[in-house]
Design a protein around this ligand. Structure first.
Ligand code: CA
Length: 224
């Protein structure tokens, strides 16, 4: 899943991001309400994990504004206070679920799985299985196989491959791949794409040669 974590506690944000990435999610982090709203506009965000206590706009207000804009992403609120009032306010504001701090990571992980099951299948997930030649990617299960053998990919490598598999035979520019695989990270340069394509090719083994370099432009996944 593509997750957006809006959390102003930088230490907690770092820890959660790392743990969520170990769960095979792609995670981007915003540290205040306004940048959370901006990031949430990016296409592909499936779940917003939203802290209630933020320095500028409260998480409740962020949720209200997201719903007002018609955001499809599920919203999971993180609140430090466990009172009936806060829960009701959070759910009224448009949250799908909430979690009271402090929480065990396993609890967050389970809530995300539950939300993922509840989320309406959007156009991005209409076809959960992508296949080109020996390479198969199961989006729902976050699994990649080559000739039926499972391949262990990092979340970014997974997103990059997903993007290539969605456009077989088409040349994708580095910028297009950046937008798809790093949608909310402004600091990433096109060189990162080259590095990750290299990792991806290595992990795909002989099937890696299908990822062709189009000199001066970008990459193409050969479907021939
Ligand atoms: Ca906070």
């Amino acid at each position: 899943m593509h997750l957006l974590l809006v959390e102003d506690d930088e230490r907690l944000g770092r820890v959660l991001k790392r743990l969520l990435e170990e769960d095979r999610h792609v995670v981007d982090v915003a540290t205040d309400g306004q940048s959370g709203l901006d990031f949430a506009e990016s296409e592909g965000i499936e779940i917003v994990i939203l802290d209630v206590g933020l320095p500028d706009i409260s998480g409740l207000e962020v949720a209200r504004r997201l719903r007002k804009r018609g955001t499809q992403a599920a919203i999971l609120m993180l609140t430090a206070r466990d009172t009936v009032n806060d829960r009701v306010t959070g759910l009224d504001a448009g949250a799908d679920d909430y979690l009271v701090k402090p929480f065990a990571f396993e609890e967050l992980s389970a809530r995300i799985r539950a939300l993922a099951r509840r989320t309406e299948p959007g156009p991005r997930r209409a076809d959960p299985r992508l296949e080109v030649g020996p390479i198969a990617l199961d989006e729902a299960g976050r699994r990649v196989t080559v000739d039926g053998r499972p391949i262990d990919l990092s979340p970014r490598e997974f997103s990059l491959l997903e993007c290539l598999l969605r456009h077989p035979g088409q040349t994708l520019t580095r910028d297009q791949l950046l937008d798809q695989a790093w949608p909310y990270s402004a600091a990433v340069t096109p060189n990162a794409v080259d590095a990750y394509v290299h990792y991806l090719r290595t992990k795909l083994g002989t099937a890696g040669s299908r990822v062709e370099t189009i000199r001066g432009v970008g990459y193409r996944l050969s479907d021939a």
